[in-house]
Design a binder for this molecule. Structure first.
Ligand code: GLY
Length: 366
């Protein structure tokens, strides 16, 4: 088993990674349960994993009621949060108890937030079942729901007590979702680890095709990177954690243009957004053009969109910039952009002119 510590003082916890871990979850969670029940929150998509988790908890003598939430982003709502917290209260969840979030980012974000506010904070365990949630959203304590005005606008930092990652659950994940999650893996190489980007160039296709060793290696490497960055800037105040938003400002505009729908998954938008961030950096002489070309070539090699055309976005530059103005990271009319001096050399630039962004987007192929 690989254990990655997330060092956050009193809020520290471990991320445990092992193929087949779901079937051993009961043994691992027994000390946390201390004889108390551990409710499971899941969606209908994870039925086979739920079965395995329940058997494992049963075998370890841990009682577990299951609460099923409708699959999809719509569940990150006040209405679902209300019914979930009501149900957890009915089940008698106490402050020292732990609720298990079994699923992708939606379940993790929702359960994280519900447990952040239930009785002013109780414990939760993340068991992420998508590549995206395994390498990003389950680690670091960002939790929340969506508001009418935008995604993730209501939430709290609330760290899980432990994260259990079983790479085998990815065997049943639709390949498009797997690929979208892979974009967030590559992102760690682009941020500050050029060697890992080279590893992705060499092994990315095998990982997507099902190579178990490559998957476990990439997950562990990504979780270590995330744990390091979150450990340096838990509450995103120094700019360090903001590096994790590489590709997200351009990507957010594309997602908004696609109506935050299945037309363009979050990870696909992040891939295209990273390509645009590197393209913009190269166009402004900040980064070698060959690095921007490498990024775009890797996305193409693994079937991820590497620009507006590949993402199916035909909107004008003006429309895209307008979406950026509504980005939640905007502050005082200025939008912070993650730019690059090269692969593995990303930095935060708060002075980027939106007129420069508009001109750059205007000449991108559609
Ligand atoms: N997914 C970005 C972060 O956790 O900060």
């Amino acid at each position: 088993m690989t254990i990655v510590p997330v060092a956050l003082g009193a809020r520290s916890y471990d991320v445990m990674i092992e193929a087949g871990l779901l079937a051993r979850a009961g043994d691992v969670l027994a000390p946390l349960s201390r004889g108390r029940p551990m409710p499971i929150v899941a969606d209908a998509n994870v039925a086979p994993h739920l079965q395995r988790l329940r058997s494992s908890l049963d075998a370890a003598g841990i009682q577990s009621e299951t609460i099923i939430i409708p699959a999809g982003e719509k569940s990150k709502s006040w209405a679902t949060l209300e019914s979930l917290t009501d149900r957890l209260l009915e089940l008698g969840v106490e402050r020292g108890d732990h609720v298990i979030a079994l699923g992708g980012g939606v379940i993790g974000d929702l359960v994280g937030f519900a447990t952040a506010i239930l009785k002013r904070g109780c414990g939760f365990v993340q068991i992420p079942t998508t590549l995206l949630s395994q390498v990003d959203s389950s680690v670091g304590g960002k939790t929340g729901i969506n508001a009418r005005a935008g995604k993730n606008l209501i939430g709290a930092f609330h760290q899980p007590k432990v994260v259990l990652i079983d790479p085998r659950v990815l065997d049943t994940l639709p390949v498009r979702e797997l690929r979208a999650g892979y974009a967030e893996v590559v992102k760690y190489g682009l941020i500050d680890d050029a060697d890992f980007f080279s590893w992705c160039e060499e092994h990315g296709a095998a990982l997507l095709a099902g190579d178990a060793e490559a998957r476990t290696y990439a997950i562990a490497h990504s979780v270590r990177a995330k744990a390091r960055i979150v450990g340096e800037d838990e509450f995103e105040t120094t700019g360090r954690r903001a590096l994790l938003n590489l590709g997200h400002t351009f990507g957010h505009a594309l997602e908004a243009e696609a109506g935050f729908s299945d037309r363009l998954l979050h990870g696909e938008a992040v891939a295209a957004g990273c390509a645009l961030a590197f393209g913009f950096s190269a166009a402004h002489g900040l980064c070698p053009m060959q690095d921007a070309v490498r990024v775009a070539a890797h996305w193409q090699a693994v079937g991820l969109p590497n620009g507006l055309a590949a993402a199916g976005i035909t909107a004008s530059a003006e429309q895209l910039v307008e979406h950026m103005r509504h980005d939640k990271k905007a502050s005082g009319g200025q939008i912070p952009f993650l730019l690059a001096r090269g692969i593995g050399q990303t930095y935060l630039d708060k002075q980027v002119s939106l007129e420069d962004v508009r001109s750059f987007l205007a000449i991108q192929p559609r």
